[in-house]
Design a protein around this ligand. Sequence first.
Ligand SMILES: Nc1ncnc2c1ncn2[C@@H]1O[C@H](COP(=O)(O)OP(=O)(O)O)[C@@H](O)[C@H]1O
Ligand SMILES: [Mg+2]
Length: 387
Amino acid sequence: MDPYRNPFAPGAGSRPPELAGRSAILDMARISCGRALKGRNARSIMLLGLRGVGKTVLLNEIGRNAEQEGLLVSRVESPEGESLARLIFPEMRKVLRSLSSVAAAKHLATRGLNGLRNFASIFKIEMAGVEVGVEPEPGLAETGDLQYDLPDLFILIGKAAQAAGRGWLLLIDEVQYLSEADLSALIVSLHRISQDGLPVLMVGAGLPQIARLAGEAKSYSERLFQYPSVGPLDPVSAGQAIEKPVLEEEASITPEALQTIVERTKGYPFFIQEWASVVWDNSEGPEITYAEVDHSYAETLARLDEGFFKVRIDRLTKAEVQFVKAMAQLGDGPYAMADVAKSMGRTQSSLGPVRASVISKGMIYSSDHGYLDFTVPLFDEFMRRQS
Ligand SMILES: Nc1ncnc2c1ncn2[C@@H]1O[C@H](COP(=O)(O)OP(=O)(O)O)[C@@H](O)[C@H]1O
Ligand SMILES: [Mg+2]
C-alpha cells in the first residue's frame, strides 16, 4: 500500500499511531499531577522496563497531559557519565524564569535564580547571558554537595510554583545512567518537597535495575515512588496498536494476519511497529492478509537485526561480545553467572570486570537473586541468529 500513508513508518522517539494498553499508567500519572497541584501528598513515578517497550513515549505523553493540566514540564535524558547538576540546571533556570514573570511568584522565583547562580558557580556550569536582577545570596545552594544544594532549589521552585498556582513536573529518561550520588540527591530533594506539600513531581524511566538502585540510595524511596512496570502489550492492546491505525487509513487486516503479529512479537511494541510498517509497504491492500504478514517476517527481522539490535552490540568490546554470546547460547534468560562462566571455561571472579562493564553499558542487568538477563527483549534470539 501507499508508503506515504504508512501510519507505522518509524520516526525517532515519535508517538506511535495508537498508544495502546497504557491507560492505567497514564491515569496514575494524571492523579499524581492533580494531587500535586492541589497541594496534596503526591507520589512520584518511576517507570521500569526493558528497551523498546515504550517508556519514552509514555514519558512524553505524561508530559503532554501534565502541560494541559497547568504544570510546567521539564524533560531531561541522562546520557552515560553526565552529571545531574549539569543536566538539570538549564531546566531549573527555564522554570524559574517563567515563574518570575508571575507577580505572585516573582519574589520566590528571583531567590531561586539567585540560588541557581550560586549553584552554577560551585558546580562550574557556564551560564550564558546575564540574569536580570540577580544578586548573590550567601548560603543558598552553594555547598557543592548536590544532596544539600538540590533540595534548596527544589523547594524554592516548589514555593514559587505554588504561589503562581502552578506545579512542576520533572521528566527524566534513562535514569539508570545517573550515578548513585545523583540519584540519591534527587530522592532527598523529592522527599523534602513532599514533606512540605509542594507541587513538584518527578516521573522517571529506566531499566529494571533502578528499582534496586533507588532502594539502596535511600530507604524511603519506596514511599516516595510508585514503580509501575512497563512490559509487553497484552494481546488485546497489541491488536489495537496494529488494527486501529490500519482502519483509520481506510484499510483492514484479517484476524489471522493480526493474530500472527500479536503472537510472534510477544506484544513487544518495537517489534509490532516494525512489522506493521513492513507489511503495510508490502501489502497489495486494502486488506492485509496472512500471507503478506508471513512474507514480511524475514524482512522485519533483518531490519531489526540491522537497526534496533545491532546498535546495541556495536557498543560492546570483543570480550564483552563473547560474554553476551555465551549468555545467549544458554537459551532463554535469566542466566546464572555460574552457568555463563562454566560455558566459557572461566571462573566467575575472572569475569567480574566484563560483567560489570556490560551492565554499566545497559546491555544486561542483574535481576533478583543475582541472575543476569538482557535489557533488550528477544536479544538472545538475535545473538543466536548471528552465529
Ligand atoms: N503503547 C504502545 N503501543 C504501540 N506502540 C508503542 C507503544 N509504546 C511504544 N510503542 C512503540 O514502540 C517503540 C519503542 O518505544 P520507546 O518509547 O522508544 O521505548 P523505550 O523508551 O522503552 O525503549 C516505538 O516505535 C514506539 O512508537
Ligand atoms: Mg527510551
